[in-house]
Design a protein around this ligand. Structure first.
Ligand code: SF4
Ligand code: SF4
Length: 281
């Protein structure tokens, strides 16, 4: 079995410095790589971009950042939409939109369900992030985004498909929108930071008549009486339970400690709720 390129992207490590974005611009804006990609226009194209997602409610709010780019799908809709073999899958897994054959084929832009193809109005060609195939072919072992990233968000990795599947299972890697059946070669770690909800709150108790944070309290989350997750409050009495599917309905929450217990319930919509202060008694 041939070893193929994959990219692993750890969303938890990204702080939106945009060095990777600039590296891709630097590589492609104004630079032609015949057989791989025509020059990227100076404005308007974001072959690698950073998507932002805010979760939570005051005072428990966080912002997460997801680098997004062409996923180099194994079952690529862009290939099916292309005429005259304008989009090709290489044996190493990389998808290339031929800058000559694809001229005038705007349907390739519309076919990508990830919005990863950009239309060059001036040259009339569809363009995407080429997985730095021109660099890998000349001996590089990582993409420029990985080289530029100060927080090690990216891992460029060449493995047989079965090995990659094992790694994905071991590390809990996910692909974006697997229900599409496109079989992307870009894998995300901590994708839940963009796609799932959390619930948070603060647990307090009374000590000598004074309200104090309750560290070490047990928090149990249930749905229809069945436990779905549990957590322990931190030094500030705060807890957070993550990876809850948006719109998953009614939950009951119970906090308990040496000073007593507190219960509450909530309906989970599309936002991550902060349940406020729960007082053990
Ligand atoms: S992400 Fe879009 S452009 Fe890239 S291979 Fe998949 S369908 Fe094609
Ligand atoms: S260089 Fe790294 S940390 Fe900066 S935006 Fe890109 S992925 Fe995120």
């Amino acid at each position: 079995m041939a070893k193929k390129w994959n990219l692993i992207v750890d969303i938890e490590r990204c702080d939106n410095c945009r060095s990777c974005y600039i590296a891709v611009k630097d590589e492609h804006a104004g630079n032609d790589f015949p057989g791989y990609a025509a020059a990227q226009p100076a404005q308007g194209h974001h072959w690698l971009d950073i998507r932002r997602k805010e979760r939570g409610a005051y005072p428990l709010v966080e912002a997460n950042f997801q680098p997004v780019m062409c996923k180099h799908c194994d079952d690529a809709p862009c290939m099916k939409a292309a005429r005259d073999g304008a989009v090709q899958k290489r044996v190493d897994g990389i998808v290339i939109i031929d800058p000559v054959k694809a001229k005038g084929q705007k349907q390739i832009v519309d076919a990508c369900p990830y919005g990863a193809v950009w239309w060059n109005e001036e040259t009339q060609i569809p363009q995407h992030w080429i997985f730095d195939a021109h660099l890998l072919d000349s001996g590089w072992d990582k993409v420029r985004a990985e080289q530029a990233c100060p927080t090690n968000v990216f891992r460029t990795i060449r493995l047989e498909d079965a090995e990659m599947q094992r790694l994905a299972e071991q590390e809990g890697l996910e692909v974006e929108r697997p229900e599409l059946g496109t079989r992307p070669r870009v894998y995300y770690k901590n994708l839940h930071l963009m796609t799932q909800c959390f619930v948070g709150g603060t647990v307090v108790h009374r000590v000598g008549g004074v309200e104090e944070c309750a560290p070490g309290a047990h928090v149990v989350l249930r749905q229809a009486g069945r436990e779905v997750a549990r957590a322990t409050t931190d030094t500030f009495g705060e807890f957070k339970i993550d990876r809850l599917p948006p719109g998953s309905g009614r939950y009951e929450l119970e906090a308990s400690g040496p000073s007593g217990r507190a219960t509450t319930a909530f309906d989970l919509g599309t936002e991550s709720p902060y349940l406020g202060v729960l007082t053990l008694s």
